[in-house]
Design a protein around this ligand. Sequence first.
Ligand SMILES: Nc1ncnc2c1ncn2[C@@H]1O[C@H](COP(=O)(O)OP(=O)(O)OP(=O)(O)O)[C@@H](O)[C@H]1O
Ligand SMILES: [Mg+2]
Length: 271
Amino acid sequence: MADHLFKVEGLRLSFPDLAAKPLFRPAPRIEVLKGLNFSITAGKVIGIVGESGSGKSTLGRALVRLLEPDSGTILFDGADISHASPSDLAGHRRHLQMIFQDPMSSLNPRQKVGTIISGPVRFHHLAGNPADAAAEALERVGLPADILNRYPHQISGGQRQRVGIARAIALSPRFILADEIVSGLDVSSQAQIITLLEKLVADLQLTLAFISHDLSVVRRLCDRIIVMHAGQIVEEADAADLFSNPQHDYTRNLLAAIPLPEIDDQWLSAS
Ligand SMILES: Nc1ncnc2c1ncn2[C@@H]1O[C@H](COP(=O)(O)OP(=O)(O)OP(=O)(O)O)[C@@H](O)[C@H]1O
Ligand SMILES: [Mg+2]
């Protein structure tokens, strides 16, 4: 049985250096992921943290194969998807879902919520009635049924983020990438979305990669944490170990940036 949903080895990814003079051919590239090795266990939540520009989103996008790595392997459920063609990826797409930071730009403004959620269910030919699947997913994210008939601009930001989550879970995917999904929301909506995610993770045994700058939220939600710095993994540990006994100076500095009252509360309750 594949306990590791993802197994990543030697993952490298670069972008063309747009600042470089076009005289140089081939155009120079900037390496953003510099040989990453890690795995993601099925049914667990993995946090990806690190300063801005360290490569978190690039890593997430490589996992769901919105980006193709230069080299290395990404085994997803035992299949090497690192260089899979679009047609080969088609069979995996349903299981590689993403929740976006800004639901307003990721939800089609011309579609009603019901269509937004049921459309992918229909596209992937899942068993059962797509409208029923949409209604069930909406209920799971704690939204009333009448939202199905509204357009994205007719609901609040927090409700839109729930719709984005509903759209992903309606497909019963094996993996969900959540990249900074609460950073655009006000504090109380953030707390509600995190509480919802905790419940969904427990109820549906989701395998989730959670990218966030908010380390107190990461600590609450994640089982395991990857700390990235300049395209490399500087530390990987169970969440409890990372917060109580960080091994790397870079991690210590990151943790030191959490507002003190929160650290005190959490460290007291953890010890
Ligand atoms: N499409 C792209 N083309 C060129 N460079 C890119 C592209 N996407 C990202 N980069 C560069 O790759 C590096 C890593 O970016 P990435 O978005 O993965 O960082 P991040 O850790 O997610 O940062 P943040 O916390 O700000 O979201 C940055 O230097 C960024 O400028
Ligand atoms: Mg990012």
